[in-house]
Design a protein. Sequence first.
Length: 268
Amino acid sequence: MRPVAVVGSLARDVVDGGPPRVGGAPYYAALALRELNRSARIVTKCARADRQELLPALVGLGVPVTWQPSGETPAFAFHYEAERRIMRIEATGEPWSGEDARTWARPALASVRWIHVAPLLRDDFPAAVLGELGRGRRISFDGQGLVRVRENGPLRLEAAPDPALLRHVTVLKLAEEEAEALFGRITQRAVDQLGVPEVVVTRGSRGCILYAGGEERVIRAHPLPNDPTGAGDAFAAAYVAGRSAGFAPAGAARRATAVVATLLRSRK
């Protein structure tokens, strides 16, 4: 079975005023892929000065990692009010470039046919870069890259979907608040207008809504008390792993939901 891959920047997170810790989809996705014992690749970057702080935790998960230095590491501070995350952007990080894609990311993806591309903010992955990464592959894309405004300060969500970018996307993963920012009211018709074959709207402990094949499916989950940071990233990686293994969209979503529940229950 061909490996799957996750492409995105590592981040420095401060949660509830605690010490800085590794964040970003590469880390949380690798947790899910390790849980599934799935052949995978992580393609990531962060500032060279942050390498020793962030990279060992990712490498220690045992999923092969390709890393390159970037000019700045994205940084976030946040806390939770129930399941609602209140976030502040401390550093926006560096967008991925065509040179990144051509010179080191694409070679790392040589045997991969499914990738999850995980922007943290809008314009992290311009359409041309996404097209370069996705040539000959199916792309899952995190909706943070459509609505999270790229500026320091309190996080703002603003609808500005790029049709050129979405043409490269097979699966779009949206958190509920991101979907609301895009659509106002989330409906099958609104989702269909994006032109993406599969859209998954994650809703925390209420599971997710899957839009695929012209149908809407609700996938249930059980409420879990632990820190939910990274749950969406873990879900996306597990969903891509399921789809690449031949699962239908609904089966992949159920499996991903179960993987997230397992990871959150084990979190200390």
